[in-house]
Design a protein around this ligand. Structure first.
Ligand SMILES: CCCCCCCCCCCCCC(=O)SCCNC(=O)CCNC(=O)[C@H](O)C(C)(C)COP(=O)(O)OP(=O)(O)OC[C@H]1O[C@@H](n2cnc3c(N)ncnc32)[C@H](O)[C@@H]1OP(=O)(O)O
Length: 434
């Protein structure tokens, strides 16, 4: 997800109802007025016909700490889950996408490459590679039936897509099996026809059929109701190109050569024992990662199998590095980033922006600042143009110092059918979705 939507930040917890049920006092009225203004500035006053009908936190309940944390609705008996797919307009049909098939994977790739997330100014569009899609969609225990497409019956053209993959997510002390929902896309020519709610209901039905009742997802837009709202930060690695394509601007009183010098990085990494992660590192990485993630309110519950899938390096998809102690051969630190290029729309000289996205990073010995500087150095060696990171986990401790600049959009995190009492700070979140 890129910063696709400008917005002014996380919703504050604004008490919006009168707990005594009495006539509002003068001070309540003043508060209501303030609340109304806050809601308006955040877009919370908008009606959401679909989302208001779903088991998700509702804006009107923001700040109501009397509601219990946990599932909003109890599971229904499996025999009561609808057996047939939802109705589509008659021209269209559902398909289950076999992402193993090269032909199918290419169709999905093309739909997304032409119709998926763009920035606000329509200058860049995500360009997830086929290898990336295969990695993202086939984690341990994945369900083929959760890779859902919509075709035009007559031409067989793929025009919409949505996916889920299973994940165990810990919320405080509870480990909840969820679907991570991603890659919701409707062809540009079919927008605003209420197809998205049907896609979401169909993926929900197929998730329910596996006896799973919760989901996690992110979006650039505000809908009911974010558990937290994060910001992307960007570290220029190739400032000249970033300026040429309009990704960044030359700062006031800055020349190109001073800017290049500002972002220059050392040729090689400095952390002793810093090397690419290998299969034999999986147990140690799992151990330090699980220990690190245990401090966040919401975080994945990774097994060794999950770590092997999500963190073992795959060329052009996911890069991971460890620091191994020369004396004890212990793995003390770990960092990772995934590869997600964006197409540059309408530039004569450049067609692709090569971006690395910070994934999971853990330090037990090396200062995080130094480890992340080494991550920047290897990303530069691999010819990435920019290194992006959200302000989640402990990332805010290195962003400014390592010359990341704030992006102009937010990424909102959501849970489906799971209520969290308070809006979280980004630093309380230990989850990165792709
Ligand atoms: C238990 C298991 C549960 C599993 C499900 C968990 C929930 C998963 C939820 C999905 C997680 C996805 C995670 C990602 O992939 S986020 C990436 C989303 N994709 C893009 O931004 C790509 C470019 N855009 C498009 O393809 C379309 O604009 C999409 C498909 C996004 C909407 O199509 P369209 O523009 O033609 O609109 P419509 O007329 O059909 O429908 C309008 C309704 O849809 C609501 N809407 C719009 N965008 C989103 C959005 N990003 N998340 C949730 N809802 C969204 C909208 O508020 C409105 O409802 P309401 O405001 O009136 O109520």
């Amino acid at each position: 997800m890129v910063d696709s939507n400008k917005s002014s930040g996380p919703p504050e917890e604004t008490p919006s109802h009168n707990p005594n049920g009495n006539a509002p006092s003068e001070s309540d009225l003043a508060l209501d007025e303030i609340t109304g203004k806050v809601q308006k500035s955040l877009g919370l006053e908008k009606r959401h016909k679909f989302w208001e009908s779903q088991p998700v936190g509702q804006f009107k309940d923001l700040g109501d700490t009397s509601l219990p944390e946990g599932p909003i609705e109890a599971p229904t008996p499996l025999s009561e889950v609808k057996q047939e797919p939802y109705n589509l307009p008659t021209m269209y049909e559902w398909i289950t996408c076999d992402i193993d098939s090269d032909e199918m994977c290419t169709e999905v790739y093309n739909l997304l490459a032409n119709n998926y997330v763009e920035d606000d100014e329509n200058m860049f569009r995500f360009n997830y590679s086929k290898e990336f899609l295969r990695w993202a969609l086939r984690p341990p225990g994945y369900f083929k039936s959760w890779h859902i497409g919509v075709r035009v019956k007559s031409s067989k053209k793929l025009v919409a897509f949505i996916t889920g993959v299973p994940a165990r997510i810990r919320v405080r002390d509870e480990i909840v099996t969820m679907a991570e929902v991603n890659f919701l896309c409707v062809h540009k020519k079919l927008r605003s026809k209420r197809l998205a709610p049907v896609m979401i209901k169909e993926v929900t039905r197929r998730v329910h059929l596996e006896n799973i009742w919760q989901a996690a997802y992110t979006a650039g837009i505000i809908i009911p109701t974010p558990i937290t709202s994060c910001q992307y930060w960007h570290r220029s690695l190739n400032p000249k190109k970033l300026i040429e394509v309009g990704f960044s601007r030359l700062g006031p009183r800055m020349t190109m050569s001073r800017t290049i010098k500002l972002y220059k990085l050392p040729e090689s990494t400095v952390t002793p024992g810093f090397r690419k992660m290998g299969l034999h590192d999986v147990p140690a990485v799992t151990r330090i990662l699980r220990n690190y993630l245990s401090q966040f309110v919401v975080a994945p519950d990774f097994s060794e199998h999950d770590v092997e899938h999500w963190l073992l390096p795959t060329e052009g998809v996911i890069d991971s590095y460890v620091a191994e102690s020369s004396e004890t051969h212990e793995i003390t630190d770990f960092c990772s980033f995934y590869t997600l290029p964006s197409s540059i729309l309408g530039n004569k000289n450049h067609s692709t922006l090569k971006a690395a996205y910070s994934y999971y990073n853990v330090c037990t010995k090396t200062p995080l600042l130094q480890l992340m500087n080494d991550a920047l150095i290897v990303a530069k060696q691999k010819e990435f143009d920019v290194f992006n990171a959200l302000d989640v986990m402990h990332n805010d401790t290195f962003l400014k110092e390592l010359k990341f600049g704030p992006g102009d959009g937010s990424l909102h995190y959501y849970l489906y059918n799971y209520r969290i009492r308070h809006t979280l700070k980004p630093s309380e979140l230990g989850l990165v979705l792709l």
